[in-house]
Design a protein around this ligand. Structure first.
Ligand code: FES
Length: 117
């Protein structure tokens, strides 16, 4: 892994490292963003949200990923993977979404940038 700055993002994985329906947690020290960021693989695409659930101290990278959403492992609030928008209680605040790009088979995270999907 390497951090080449915000203009090109952070290379967090290569395609195949994150299985379909799985996620990785990029630690806050690496994101430079104040929170860890979860990078998800769902239906052939990659998405990123702040890792800490907006409802409590749970890691969304450990949640259940399906149908474009992630379900929090603690109380089952769901968030849209594309936008971070909250889909159901008990969370009431959306998760911040970040841009992910796949370039030459590598997965790049752009912390703080709006997703383009
Ligand atoms: S901590 Fe995620 S729904 Fe409660």
């Amino acid at each position: 892994m390497s951090n080449t700055g915000t203009s090109t993002g952070i290379r967090v994985a290569v395609a195949g490292d994150i299985a379909e329906g799985e996620a990785i947690k990029v630690p806050a020290e690496q994101t430079g963003h104040g929170d860890a960021i979860a990078v998800f693989h769902d239906e052939g695409a990659y998405y990123a949200l702040d890792d800490t659930c907006t409802h409590g101290q749970a890691s969304l990278s450990e949640g259940w990923i399906e149908g474009g959403e992630v379900e929090c492992p603690l109380h089952s609030a769901r968030f849209c993977l594309k936008t971070g928008e909250v889909q159901c209680m008990p969370a009431t605040v959306g998760a911040r979404a970040h841009r992910v790009a796949v370039r030459d088979g590598e997965i790049w995270l752009h912390p703080g940038e709006e997703p383009t999907v």
